[in-house]
Design a protein around this ligand. Sequence first.
Ligand code: ZN
Length: 166
Amino acid sequence: MRAIAQDDMKESPIRKRDGVYEYRCPTCRTWWPIDDDHWRPGNGFRRCKACWNGYHKLWERERAKDPEIREVVNFKGRIRHALNREKRNAANREWKARNPEYIAAYNAAYKARKKAEAMSAVSADGVASVCQSEQNVGSIGAVGVGCSPPPRSDAPSRRCTMTTRP
Ligand SMILES: [Zn+2]
């Protein structure tokens, strides 16, 4: 009986199911309950909320292809970023103060990762190379790893001198 009733209403965009009125979205052809979670009454019933979201996403994507518009949007973003800087930093400081154990764990993991990288860079004969170049003095690594490449032989200054340490 119920199926027949639904068939009769096939052409109608509105139906009542389990005591709830539903409207069929003309765009995605899906039945949605008529409420604020599924519809934007101000935008009418041409699209459901999800379809409007998809529409706006596509619209913004097309709009962002224009370099002038992108420049304006990026400029606004930079202004917003600068205006919220203090607020954001304060929130970050507060979060770090509330989660010291997370920070400690993160730092420990970073230290362990860097140590493992340095150990893997040690050459097979157990000799680590310590970079003495100006950019990264003291970093441990094999020649050419974690160190600027050696300069050409005709460039005498700024040489990358690698010393070995047992
Ligand atoms: Zn829809």
